[in-house]
Design a binder for this molecule. Sequence first.
Ligand SMILES: [Zn+2]
Length: 170
Amino acid sequence: MTDPRTAVAAVVDPEIRVITIDELGILRAVDEDPTTGRVLVTITPTYTGCPAMDVIRADIRRALAVAGHPDAEVRTVFSPAWSTDWISEGGRAKLAAAGIAPPAPAGTAGPSPAPGSGRPPGVVPLTLAVRCPRCGSPETEQVSRFGSTACKALWRCRSCSEPFDHLKAL
Ligand SMILES: [Zn+2]
């Protein structure tokens, strides 16, 4: 029998695939009832409308069943809300290697708003700091709010013309 925490931590995010739910920071807790052997998994979705969460729940139950823990419950908690800060260092490196721009940690100062944008100083969307994961150029533009999935946005690099997915910073 595999330790339930180990089994669940190895579940890969169904959308990003190169990163586990543990590295993505959505796995909050894995508790095993010592009497009944029942496993309670607590996860926090990256995005409330994210359809991948159903897949993740099913994958967690499957991983636990394979590991010898067929009796499992997956609980979803929304508070505290997931933030891109919860992505581990290793997870960020994997995202970059896969061509997905890792979101800047929340609170990172972005570039100043363009003059006349009407945006109050200090309120800077994190998306302004997106760099191309291929060539590193900051000359990027958002093509679509919704990329290959509801949780990612599609961007394009003006320097190398490559499109890339960007995780929405929350
Ligand atoms: Zn580029």
